[in-house]
Design a protein around this ligand. Structure first.
Ligand SMILES: Nc1ncnc2c1ncn2[C@@H]1O[C@H](COP(=O)(O)OP(=O)(O)O[C@H]2O[C@H](CO)[C@@H](O)[C@H](O)[C@H]2O)[C@@H](O)[C@H]1O
Length: 483
């Protein structure tokens, strides 16, 4: 018998994606099906999403959801069982899921995501006839009020889980919005949504949820410390055993170098020869010189979190060492500008694409030799997992999920034939350059590099084992409420 789960997320691949949250929310449902959990996914009806759902049925309606009528449409798309919150006054607008076309946060984000959470709680408590989920799984601050609404309802409710994909984004809003959230006065408290005089969506959810997860075991430890807890470490320590770290997997069908429609030449761990042709194609695409040396890549938001200022600072040294580089990303103007300037200085050594390009990110993983992830903190990280799968060797900082998913090519690991990448600490420019030096030394030894690539490509980066951990947590929570 299958058990119903309602997943609530503000972005879901392949319908809409700004980052790793979408990949996880998009891939986890299919993996949970193997454990007899049937997941329905509630997400906002942004214009891009509305365009992709056809033959939708109206599952339920709200007469007034934060300032206008709304309905929930049931549809399947991208292999997902979707519930789309069609609330034109909140979601039918230009720009991204969170920001306007000019790049500013939508002024009513507090209402947009309180509405998503309200709908999540109502559906969790039976608003859709015939659907009674046992678990509501809320992702990040945008969905984190869902367990709060459930907890204050006073009605029988499903168990709730909040997953932290990035503690840096907490959804904090001025206290003036509190009366408009539809919460009882008692929710304005330290056990509720009050957070240093503001309303904290994630904070409230972390308190109210029956369990909290984050996306790697190491990040689950880091966020218990004042240095990593971003103000919430005390609350998180208080959650004790109800805080667990479950490392992300990736969708190994979408990310499969044997079948990937976005890459020019298919290859596999056992026959990786065609990889070289992808590398030549990548050089051509980025206008790089055709040379024998390695190409290192960045595919990322260009932000302080991701440590990409360190890469920008190291560009000249890396080029001097015979390394070429491709960068795909967008973010902080200073970092974008530094990479563009590096390209101007070294036009046939450093290729830069400012922007977001999903297909290009596949071609980069299939053609570059190494992927740089020098993050200052990283809850899990997905690009190093794509790198492992594609034989694009990760060179990563020793933080969060990066430390949990890559095996450093130290002497012992190389000798044992288990190394899958390079790990450095602390995340500084010089330590990054040292790690690239180590990478280059191994690259110069074709047999050793081949072994490294083989081990990387054979790493289990699928959802198999992690979905099992989520399933176990869900079963524990459901068991907890039985007499
Ligand atoms: N310019 C571009 N063009 C194309 N694709 C691009 C791109 N920039 C980024 N991407 C893609 O966006 C995703 C980024 O995912 P990450 O997990 O690396 O980081 P993010 O900080 O978004 O996610 C947060 O949530 C995820 C999921 O839990 C955690 O792994 C992570 O640590 C946490 O910070 C990857 O799929 C990457 O390929």
């Amino acid at each position: 018998m299958t058990t119903g789960v309602l997943s609530v997320a503000s972005e879901v691949f392949p319908l809409i994606k700004t980052g790793g949250l979408a990949d996880v929310a998009g891939a986890l449902p299919a993996s949970l099906a193997a454990h007899d959990f049937a997941v329905r996914t509630l997400m906002p009806g942004y214009p891009d999403v509305m365009r992709q759902i056809e033959n939708a049925d109206i599952a339920c309606r709200f007469d007034d959801l934060f300032g206008g009528p709304a309905r929930v449409l049931a549809a399947t798309a991208g292999g997902l069982d979707l519930l789309v919150l069609d609330a034109p006054h909140l979601f039918d607008r230009t720009g991204g899921p969170y920001v306007s076309s000019a790049g500013h946060d939508h002024a009513d984000n507090w209402a947009r995501f309180a509405a998503l959470s309200t709908a999540g709680a109502e559906i969790g408590q039976g608003a859709i006839p015939g659907f009674a989920p046992a678990i509501v799984h809320a992702h990040d601050w945008q969905a984190a009020l869902t367990p709060v609404y459930l907890a204050v309802s006073g009605k029988p409710r499903p168990r709730s889980v909040v997953t932290i994909h990035n503690l840096a984004f907490q959804g904090n809003f001025p206290y003036q919005i509190f009366p408009r959230l539809g919460l009882p006065p008692s929710a304005w408290s330290i056990e509720g949504v009050e957070y240093y005089g503001n309303v904290g969506y994630l904070k409230g959810g972390l308190h109210a949820a029956d369990a909290v997860t984050t996306v790697s075991p190491t990040y689950a430890e880091e966020i218990l410390t004042p240095g990593g807890g971003m103000g919430l470490d005390g609350l998180l320590r208080g959650r004790g055993e109800r805080l667990v770290g479950i490392v992300n997997g990736i969708d190994t069908d979408v990310w499969n170098p044997k079948t990937d429609p976005d890459i020019p030449h298919h290859y596999s761990a056992r026959s990786p020869k065609a990889r070289q042709r992808n590398k030549r194609a990548l050089e051509t695409e980025f206008g790089l010189a055709h040379e024998d040396g390695p190409i290192v890549a960045v595919v990322s938001r260009l932000t302080w979190q991701k440590g990409l200022d360190l890469v920008a600072d190291a560009c000249d040294d890396l080029v001097e060492r015979g390394v070429r580089m491709v960068v795909v990303g967008s973010g902080e103007p200073m970092i974008e500008g530094s990479f563009q300037a590096a390209h101007t200085r070294h036009p046939n050594k450093i290729g830069v694409r400012i922007g977001y390009d999903e297909a290009l990110s596949h071609r980069v993983q299939a053609g570059a030799d190494a992927i740089l992830v020098p993050s200052r903190f990283e809850p899990c990280g997905l690009t190093q997992l794509y790198g492992l799968r594609y034989g694009c060797i990760p060179v990563v900082a020793k933080v969060g999920g990066l430390a949990d998913t890559v095996i450093d090519a130290n002497h012992a690991a190389i000798t044992a034939g288990v190394a899958t990448g390079f790990i450095f600490a602390p995340p500084t420019r010089d330590d990054l350059i040292d790690a690239v030096d180590r990478m280059q030394r191994l690259y110069a030894d074709p047999a050793a590099w081949r072994q490294l690539q083989l081990s990387a490509m054979q790493s289990d980066v699928s959802w198999r084992s992690s979905a099992g951990h989520y399933a176990q947590l869900f079963r524990d929570l459901i068991g907890d409420q039985r007499p």
